[in-house]
Ligand binder design. Structure first.
Ligand SMILES: Nc1nc2c(c(=O)[nH]1)N[C@H]1C(S)=C(S)[C@@H](COP(=O)(O)OP(=O)(O)OC[C@H]3O[C@@H](n4cnc5c(=O)[nH]c(N)nc54)[C@H](O)[C@@H]3O)O[C@H]1N2
Ligand SMILES: Nc1nc2c(c(=O)[nH]1)N[C@H]1C(S)=C(S)[C@@H](COP(=O)(O)OP(=O)(O)OC[C@H]3O[C@@H](n4cnc5c(=O)[nH]c(N)nc54)[C@H](O)[C@@H]3O)O[C@H]1N2
Ligand code: SF4
Ligand SMILES: [Mo]
Length: 735
């Protein structure tokens, strides 16, 4: 394909070219597995056959499940039909949860590093020694560098809140999570426009634009299943993606947009909706502020202008604007989830929010709905005051609108490397794997080299655990008791779930709650952990005395869900109390109050001409489940998606090994020569090229994408920006 041809390929042509099979992902099921280490389970007195309710932990969606337990061994996981958020689905990864429980690669005992950092020499120690050592190191660091000298990082988990509680009680402001590598720029944008972060009601929508969201592979419940349902019921789904994803394959229309130009598309939609007065004038006057300023701002941003930026034909943009408006308010620009894309991602997502505002779809079926009431009580406490604390987080003030409780991982890492504004010398890591999910792996290593002590609580010897001083074995979700969590499910309302163990903890694993409680005891902080999880859950559920019994019986509790439209007439939580098309707060801060389009950066080096983009496989979660024995059968290695014309030019054939290089690092992997990607873009799956000797399926297999990614960040909130890297590609051995 020539460059001009890649700009728009009709879906039919594409299917013919690619012979693509449009496989829906939700139905992929892995059969029952036999536990490879069944011996590890206490089978002797266990009943022959039991069914137990739990919640999947293979990703953050937390689909309700029923575990089949045979003589103490989990043999199969099935969806819980009472858990309607997942629409009766347990995906491929959920099914493969059994292989995570019985993974021979699990960390089985506390392990103390005895060789050089990253050398992989470990000594098994007892839990008493491990707790004593961690407490002593934390005390030393607090004494030498203040309590903020400890950094705490926790990933998506029902117990992660306990890590935050511990950090607060211990006295450190420095807490990060996966969120600043994921969705904070999107949250920032919607918060600063609507005053909250609304959820898409896909199920009732008639028209959905999916831009930079591959919902049929990157599963988000219930959105992924609802998209499939509405596609079958005549709704229109338009996908903008430089790759021909599974979502593109099933969509009504697909446009291989020039990466980084989505804002131009959105502003052109706004141009048409405003210039043709396709909005509800009364609604706009009563509920939004800044329409005049927006109208002036987008006056020249015609579909013809946007075509030059995006490669999407002007006539299609104009038509889509009219179709969206005709279907409004049951139409939407899907807000997306992982918005860690570009340095101006907050502004890009502001343009998404603005189009939604013009559709008047807030709190309307088929539009964006405010988070539904969950009624879960916070178990509050009064954190102690420490006089010697620095004034704030180590990354404070590095960007104008940091989320205080999350910060920015990449900016925190920068501060640790520099030792400024103050030193951080200890790191407590729970269930997150920045060595595989934070851009520019060598910088994460550099950060770790500054530390006096690093402890990682993980189920596996992740790349991050591999770099630690101490690794503590965690039980899988099937072995844990977890507090209550509220899950949002669009218009249908929130639901509440918890976990009770399906089987007892394997090996010597211990939940992070127990670890933190033990540390609190050693550090004089016992009063902040003077409860157990059942007592904690009861406090959380204080508003619903009946909920505990119902969760025990059904695996889920549904709090009352008021009908949509409840916010009509109520002020929005913004300074103007309206939806801020023009963001007054940004204006006051000297930021662009309306999203100003800047063409994406081009490559500074002619040899590095391919933009690297990130994306999901339905069978893999982020950077870790690649090592799962069942899932690795579906995705045994990562390959570089390389457009067939680009490949021809480079003399690269299907399956050839290519060498890729960016300013951040290098890698080698096989080429997947395909028409399914733009000529100027390359893609590879994350989670490969691991360094940990404890990951038998992924160590050294394929290339590490985080080795290649440059560490850029969103200029407003510090979310990482992982699509800002250009690669050179050449056939291995070629000059
Ligand atoms: N199976 C599976 N499901 C998951 C996850 C998982 O790891 N595996 N992770 C979960 C999590 S934590 C998240 S945050 C979500 C993430 O889900 P999504 O937000 O959908 O993110 P991705 O799939 O990473 O990327 C979306 C798509 O954006 C495209 N893209 C890249 N650059 C551009 C651009 O400039 N413009 C446009 N329009 N498109 C672009 C990429 O090619 C990619 O296909 O998925 C969740 N669900
Ligand atoms: N290259 C690249 N980087 C990315 C992304 C990408 O697609 N590609 N996506 C971004 C997004 S959207 C997100 S949300 C983040 C996610 O980033 P991370 O939070 O790092 O997510 P995972 O890679 O899933 O890592 C989870 C870790 O938890 C461990 N684990 C699993 N189960 C358990 C358990 O029960 N207990 C304990 N203690 N540990 C457990 C796993 O072994 C793994 O080490 O990554 C971001 N960064
Ligand atoms: S989407 Fe899949 S992996 Fe995620 S919680 Fe649901 S079943 Fe588990
Ligand atoms: Mo994410």
């Amino acid at each position: 394909m020539s460059d001009s041809e890649t700009k728009r390929i009709s879906r039919r042509d594409f299917l013919r070219l690619a012979g693509a099979s449009a496989t829906a992902v939700a139905a992929t099921a892995v059969g029952a597995v036999t536990a490879p280490e069944a011996k590890a389970a206490p089978a002797a007195k266990a009943p022959k056959w039991e069914s137990k309710l739990s919640v999947c932990d293979m990703c953050f969606n937390r689909c309700g499940l029923i575990a089949r337990v045979e003589r103490g061994v989990i043999t199969k996981l099935d969806p819980n039909p009472k858990f309607t958020k997942s629409r009766g689905m347990l995906c491929a990864r959920g099914n493969a949860g059994v292989a995570q429980v019985y993974d021979p690669d699990r960390v089985k005992t506390p392990l103390l590093r005895v060789g050089k950092r990253g050398e992989g020499k470990w000594k098994a120690i007892s839990w008493d020694e491990a707790i004593e050592l961690t407490a002593t190191k934390m005390k030393d660091i607090a004494a030498k560098y203040t309590r903020c000298g400890m950094l705490f990082s926790a990933g998506a988990d029902m117990q992660s809140g306990f890590v935050n509680r511990f950090a607060e009680a211990f006295g450190s402001f420095n807490v990060t999570s996966h969120e600043s590598l994921c969705l904070l720029s999107g949250n920032r944008a919607f918060l600063d426009t609507f005053g909250d972060v609304p959820l898409p009601d896909v199920k009732n929508s008639k028209y959905v634009i999916l831009a930079g969201a591959n919902r049929l592979e990157a599963l988000v419940t219930p959105d992924s299943m609802d998209l499939i349902s509405i596609m079958g019921n005549g709704a229109k789904v338009v996908v903008l993606d430089p790759r021909y994803t599974k979502s593109a394959a099933l969509a009504s229309e697909w446009y291989p947009i020039q990466p980084g130009t989505d804002m131009a598309f959105m502003l052109a939609l706004a141009n048409v909706i405003i210039s043709e007065k396709l909005y509800d004038a009364k609604y706009m006057a009563e509920r939004t502020s800044g329409l005049d300023k927006l109208a002036a701002h987008v006056a020249d941003m015609t579909p013809e202008w946007a075509e030059k930026q995006t490669g999407i034909p002007a006539a299609d943009i104009r038509r889509m604007a009219r179709e969206l408006a005709a279907a409004a308010p049951a139409s939407m620009v899907y807000p997306g989830r992982r918005t860690s894309d570009y340095e101006n991602s907050t502004q890009i997502r502001r343009s998404f929010a603005i189009v939604n505002a013009l559709l008047g779809n807030y709190d309307r079926p088929g539009g964006l709905v405010p988070a539904r009431p969950a009624g879960l009580k916070k178990v509050a406490f009064e954190p102690p005051w420490y006089d010697d604390s620095p004034p704030g987080r180590v990354d404070a003030k590095s960007v104008p609108l940091l989320f205080d409780d999350e910060g920015s991982f990449v900016l925190t890492r920068e501060a640790v490397i520099k030792g400024a504004p103050y030193p951080i010398k200890g790191w407590f890591v729970y269930k997150t794997n920045p060595m595989a999910t934070a851009p520019e792996r060598r910088k994460t290593r550099e950060m770790i080299d500054q530390l006096d002590f690093m402890v990682v609580v993980d189920i596996a010897m992740s790349d991050t655990a591999w770099m630690a001083d101490l690794v503590l074995p965690a039980p899988s979700a099937m072995e844990r008791q977890d507090p209550v969590q509220a899950l949002q499910s669009g218009a249908e309302g929130a639901c509440l779930v918890w976990r009770d163990p399906v089987i007892p903890p394997l090996y010597e694993s211990r939940p992070v709650f127990d670890i933190l409680k033990a540390l609190a005891g050693k550090l004089g902080l016992a009063e902040f952990f003077d409860f157990d999880i059942p007592a904690y859950r009861l406090k959380q559920l204080a508003a619903f005395p009946e909920a505990a019994e119902i969760i025990k019986r059904d695996g889920v509790f549904y709090p009352p869900n008021p009908p949509l439209g409840g916010t009509d007439g109520a002020p929005f939580k913004t300074p103007s109390q309206k939806i801020e098309l023009y963001c007054s707060r940004y204006a006051e801060m000297g930021l662009d109050p309306l999203p100003v389009y800047q063409p994406p950066k081009t490559t500074p080096d002619a040899a590095r001409k391919f933009r690297l983009v990130v994306g999901r496989s339905a069978c893999i979660t982020q950077g870790s489940s690649t090592n799962n024995a069942l899932l690795s059968e579906f995705e045994p290695e990562n390959m570089l998606w390389l457009n067939e014309d680009a490949a021809k030019e480079l003399g690269v054939r299907q399956g050839d090994v290519v060498q890729v290089e960016s300013p951040a690092g290098k890698g080698e992997l096989k080429a997947l020569v395909t028409p399914k990607i733009r000529r100027d873009t390359v893609y590879m799956l994350s989670g490969f090229g691991s360094i940990s000797g404890g990951l038998s399926h992924t160590k050294g297999v394929g290339a590490s994408i985080v080795e290649l990614m440059e560490s850029r960040f969103d200029s407003i909130c510090g979310n990482s920006a992982i699509h800002e890297t250009f690669l050179s590609v050449k056939k291995k051995g070629a000059a």
